[in-house]
Design a protein around this ligand. Structure first.
Ligand SMILES: Nc1ncnc2c1ncn2[C@@H]1O[C@H](COP(=O)(O)OP(=O)(O)O)[C@@H](O)[C@H]1O
Ligand SMILES: [Mg+2]
Length: 384
């Protein structure tokens, strides 16, 4: 099974498009015309430059303003989804939630409208330079512990803002998190977002949405969701960032995956990680992955509050290397570097020595040359 999305509002073809978008177009959606490079998105001042990415709902293009020359990102419903009015309404909801909850770690929205030829809704978003975390992981294998904690800290800030505003993202996954070239992390794709249980606002459409591989137990069970649902999904993201795989990647069948999320205790990330993982980091990630939301962190802020304590030992001159959980497989890997592309993922014997030296010298967040040879690291030294 692929990392495809579960969108149970699929059958909702007869639902009218969002009423408040109607004045923007007098026509119901007709057969969608794909957008072409060098041409304007119909009815907009935006010229298509190139395709940036595609998800289950939309496609995102880099665009240039015909008069101002300014660049942006244009997200439009996939042509194949043109008649799925519930998905069209979700793009509008996504725009409205982003307009309401503006934060440095959430992508910013500039405009919302309907293409004049086929009525597909579009959003104009700030153009992000960099790549989503799925692409980043494909490029370098795993992220180092300090980098992962830096990203976690930023993503938790964005999630905290979203949750405080009363929304749950519901589809936190590598593809929906963006690492900008300047080191900032941004949360994307609020197409599945909805008001947290007990809250009101855009996105309240009563459909069960998400991506099975990264869905929390309560999502599988159709129970009410709140911010802790996103913390579970973030736990899976962080697991994969440091371990190079998720806890249930061995499972392909949807029912078995559901069972795993509901009942199987995940092995700690250190079991699979090709790099040393501090025991406290194992425990932190596993707490986010508790089956019962009451056993997880109470909020994004509570989860973020533990990050300094995870980072401090990485700097402490007295830290002992044996406080780092190291999988036994790790030792068999170090004598003979494996062939590409695995080599990039595996920490070498030198890395153990370097890590120990780093711990002893308090230089774990040192220059790229120090840690870059261990695990390719997209971010140079940054504070958490
Ligand atoms: N503002 C943006 N700037 C640059 N790339 C983006 C931007 N928004 C989305 N992308 C890219 O496009 C992909 C699909 O966008 P997303 O909003 O997740 O669409 P979908 O709702 O179809 O999943 C993302 O995974 C990302 O790689
Ligand atoms: Mg997406």
């Amino acid at each position: 099974m692929t990392n495809t999305e579960l969108r149970t509002d699929r059958s909702d073809r007869s639902t009218a498009p969002d009423e408040s978008l109607r004045p923007l177009s007098t026509r119901a959606p007709v057969r969608a015309t794909p957008l072409r490079r060098g041409e304007r998105a119909p009815g907009t001042p935006w010229i298509i430059v190139r395709l940036l990415g595609k998800g289950g709902v939309g496609e995102v293009f880099e665009v240039e303003h015909a008069l101002l020359g300014r660049r942006a990102a244009l997200k439009v419903l996939l042509p194949a989804n043109a008649e799925r009015h519930a998905l069209a309404a979700r793009i509008a909801d996504e725009g409205r939630i982003l307009a309401r909850v503006r934060h440095d770690n959430l992508v910013d929205v500039l405009d919302l409208g309907l293409l004049t030829d086929d009525g597909r809704p579009y959003l104009v978003l700030e153009l992000l330079e960099g790549r989503d975390l799925r692409a980043e992981l494909a490029r370098i294998g795993v992220l180092s512990v300090p980098t992962t904690l830096t990203l976690a800290s930023q993503i938790l800030r964005g999630l905290g803002a979203l949750h405080r505003a009363g929304f749950v993202h519901r589809d936190i996954k590598l593809e929906n998190l963006f690492l900008c070239d300047d080191g900032r992390a941004k949360i994307l794709d609020l197409g599945a977002a909805e008001p947290a249980s007990g809250c009101e606002g855009p996105g309240a459409r009563g459909a069960s949405l998400g991506t099975p591989r990264t869905m929390a137990p309560e999502q599988f069970e159709g129970k009410p969701v709140d911010g802790r649902t996103d913390l579970y999904a973030l736990g899976l993201v962080l697991y994969e960032l440091v371990a190079g795989r998720g806890p249930f990647d061995d499972i392909q069948d949807l029912d078995a995956l559901r069972f795993a999320h509901l009942d199987r205790i995940p092995a700690p990330p250190s079991c699979f990680a090709p790099q040393p993982i501090p025991a406290a980091l194992d425990a932190w990630i596993l707490r986010a992955l508790e089956k019962d939301p009451d056993d997880r962190f109470a909020s994004a802020e509570a989860m973020a509050a533990e990050i300094p304590a995870l980072v401090a030992p990485l700097y402490a001159p007295t830290a002992r290397a044996d406080e780092i959980t190291t999988p036994s497989a790790f030792y068999s890997d170090v004598s003979r570097p494996p062939p590409e592309p695995t080599r990039r993922m595996v920490v070498s014997a030198l890395a153990i020595a370097a890590l120990a030296a780093g711990l002893a010298g308090g230089r774990l967040l040192g220059p790229r040359s120090f840690f870059g040879g261990v695990v390719n690291d997209p971010i140079d030294a940054r504070s958490v």
